[in-house]
Design a binder for this molecule. Structure first.
Ligand code: ZN
Length: 94
């Protein structure tokens, strides 16, 4: 049985400025309000048996909830979710 190295506790792994904290709050709100849409990020190897993938972290270094997985078939590490195309444009534009 594997357990994630980092639980989703919203605690960042590095010191953040007030601007960064506000930006992260805006990002999480935009995701919760469906302004930014997340979709499943399938492994490049085509593995459809994702329930056996191993969760290595439930957050990123900024404390943003984002599951990181190891593919059970090929070992590639990836984010479980990614922005859809329109959300990706909005994110990097703003
Ligand atoms: Zn894979």
């Amino acid at each position: 049985m594997f357990h994630p190295l980092y639980k989703n506790d919203l605690v960042p792994m590095l010191p953040l400025s007030e601007f960064q904290k506000a930006s992260i709050n805006n990002l999480i709100n935009d995701i919760n309000d469906n302004i930014l849409i997340l979709e499943n990020n399938h492994c490049l190897c085509g593995n459809n048996n994702t329930e056996k993938d191993i969760i290595i972290s439930e957050k990123d270094r900024y404390g943003i909830p984002a599951q990181q997985l190891i593919c059970s078939k090929c070992g590639l590490i990836r984010s479980q979710k990614k922005f859809d195309d329109q959300s990706n444009i909005k994110f990097y534009k703003n």
